[in-house]
Design a protein around this ligand. Structure first.
Ligand code: VGL
Ligand code: ZN
Length: 205
């Protein structure tokens, strides 16, 4: 990361560094809190920092508990495609949905909340899982003249992956800072995510 040449028009996109994705949380990513000091240091080096916050209403359709007989990590068919079911997590206003207490939020100029529509999950910071409903982030970046996106956070194989792939599709030069990410990694989902990101044109560094 020392060699990273950061420009004034670069943005650090910090994905879902929330209590529920850290050890002890409802959908804990192994070693998830280890990214906090790394991301805090990165935030000092970028002129633009944007955070995302997974932000689900109670009874969200991505929760296994909303589907009788289903278990967390089952896959089901939704009108927009296959959806993995999760334990209840990041419920609006709960401590689990709050950012990790040591994450230095002050330099963030925008916080994008996602996953708040009851019927659609949203992994990506750009589009919900129907791949059609925008969050507004593309417009924000374009209007502000920000053209390179550096992604970090949780989880590498879900929200970071889909954010990075969408960033490329929206025309942004996109990197994933792998040391500042951690993965859920179930059923080889990390290897699959790395392949998909590389195929999409994401630079992993
Ligand atoms: C995430 C699963 C469900 C993530 C969010 O942040 O990667 N994963 N909701
Ligand atoms: Zn979620």
């Amino acid at each position: 990361m020392e060699a990273m040449d950061i420009q004034p028009s670069d943005v650090l996109l910090v994905i879902d560094v929330q209590n529920d994705f850290c050890p002890g949380g409802a959908l804990a990513v192994p070693d998830g809190d280890a990214v906090v000091p790394t991301i805090n240091a990165l935030m000092q080096r970028f002129q633009h920092v944007i955070l995302t916050q997974d932000w689900h209403p109670n009874g969200h359709s991505s929760f296994a508990s909303s589907h009788p007989g289903a278990e967390p990590f089952d896959a089901i068919d939704m009108p927009y495609g296959t959806q993995t079911l999760w334990p209840d997590h990041c419920v609006q206003g709960t401590p689990g949905a709050a950012f990790h207490p040591e994450l230095a939020l002050d330099r963030a100029e925008l916080i994008i909340r996602k996953g708040f529509r009851p019927a659609i999950d949203s992994y990506s910071a750009f589009f919900e899982n129907d791949q059609q409903t925008p969050t507004g982030l593309t417009g924000y970046l374009r209007e502000r003249g920000l053209n390179r996106v550096f992604c970090c956070g949780l989880a590498t194989d879900f929200c970071v992956r889909f954010s990075a792939e969408d960033a490329v599709r929206q025309g942004f030069a996109t990197r994933v800072l792998t040391e500042a990410c951690r993965a859920i990694d179930r059923d080889a989902s990390l290897a699959q995510a790395q392949q998909a990101m590389l195929a999409a044109g994401v630079v992993l560094c």
